[in-house]
Design a binder for this molecule. Structure first.
Ligand SMILES: *Cc1c(COP(=O)(O)O)cnc(C)c1O
Length: 365
């Protein structure tokens, strides 16, 4: 019996840099200071540089990053926010969490926000456009930015899956007012627990999010707005700094794995992912499309290969959103994706032998 190939494992990367992680954790433990200190400040500086932005504010999660970003630009009750229908539900939760209305539109062929459908969906109530660089593939930001500028609507980007991605040489997350990141452990830059951040070039917005994350105060006990507690802690920041120092290697390794899959998978029944022209796709996920997705996954499972679906239930069909007025059939492309998408094993430390087995099993189908 051959060993199973998991869909994802985090341990090989940890073990590679174990001594550095232990040193960082020890530094924090020994410091006696655990919330909002020098590690968070240093991480914010270092991540802003990597993300190509002037400011970074460390937060508790990617959902908080999206939620506080929308709040910081003034989104409130009744406002409409346009987002692609095939996103992860957290993007939509950030909109409804601000009492705003999500306007869902079908994705383009790269699974990103479709500029044509975006244009058709904009109304006088549209107060933000929220492109999601899903799977690590940049949205069509040239056209989206043009439409946003024409209509005077701000852009907030969901970069939870796109650390390091760029459109036409410009970093994703810098096309609008704010870029929102998640550092959930499985993301391209993952913490050892929950974490997130926003990046922006706007000093005022950075200051507002900084206040919002800390009960709405800049100065202790002087509260200027009704904030939340969404602080990145020193431990996560210190560990993230270690991982960030190796991000170039990590992205290069991902690219190598993807190249192997792209050049060796040869099966007319399997549609491979593509990078949008003129873009840096960072392949947070390697997602293939097939008819009969369930049978395809079963075929792989029988050969010991772990897979996942991103995502099996689109937000508009989730029970959580049974009351926002969408129904089955409203977004056929998105609904069809849920039947067809399969994410193949992609993690740092996957061996050539393991990749070969994935390729063989996919080709055999
Ligand atoms: C992971 C993810 C989020 C949420 O991030 P958390 O840190 O888990 O809250 C939001 N949007 C997308 C597209 C994601 O993949």
């Amino acid at each position: 019996m051959t060993t199973k190939i998991p869909f994802n494992v985090l341990k090989p990367e940890y073990e590679r840099h174990r001594a550095e992680y232990i040193a960082a954790a020890t530094r924090v433990l020994d410091s006696g200071w655990y919330v909002l200190g020098t590690e968070v400040e240093a991480f914010e500086r270092e991540f802003a540089r990597m993300a190509g932005a002037s400011f970074c504010v460390g937060l508790n999660s990617g959902l908080d990053a999206l939620s506080l970003a929308l709040r910081a630009i003034g989104i409130s009750s009744g406002d409409e926010v346009i987002v692609q229908a095939n996103t992860y539900i957290a993007t939509v939760l950030a909109i409804t969490g601000n009492s705003a209305k999500p306007i869902l539109v079908e994705p383009d062929e790269f699974y990103g926000l479709d500029p044509k459908r975006l244009k058709a969906a904009i109304s006088s109530r549209t107060k933000a456009i929220l492109p999601v660089h899903l799977y690590g593939c940049p949205c069509e930001m040239g056209e989206i930015a043009e439409i946003a500028a024409e209509r005077g609507v701000p852009i907030v980007e969901d970069c939870a899956q796109s650390h390091g991605a760029a459109y036409s040489g410009k970093m994703c997350g810098t096309f609008g007012k704010i870029g929102c990141y998640s550092f959930f452990p499985t993301k391209n830059l993952g913490a050892f627990g929950d974490a997130g951040a926003i990046v922006t070039d706007d000093a005022e917005l950075a200051k507002r999010v900084k206040m919002l994350r800390n009960y709405g105060s800049e100065r202790k006990y002087y509260n200027e707005m009704q904030g939340v507690n969404s602080r990145l802690d020193e431990m996560q920041a210190a560990l993230l700094r270690v991982k960030l120092s190796h991000i170039d290697e990590a992205l290069a390794e991902r690219e190598k794995i993807v190249k192997f899959y792209l050049s060796n998978i040869k099966n007319d029944r399997v549609k491979l992912p593509q990078a949008r022209p003129n873009c840096r796709h960072v392949y947070h996920l390697f997602v293939v499309e097939t008819d009969h997705g369930e049978a395809f996954r079963k075929h792989l499972e029988e050969r010991g290969i772990g897979t996942q679906i991103h995502y099996p239930i689109p937000p508009h069909l989730s029970k959580a959103y049974s009351e926002i007025g969408y129904k089955r059939g409203d977004f056929p492309i998105t609904e069809r994706m849920a039947q067809r998408m399969t994410s193949l094993p992609l993690f740092l430390g996957i061996s050539e032998e393991q990749m070969r087995r994935v390729v063989d099993a996919v080709n055999e189908w």
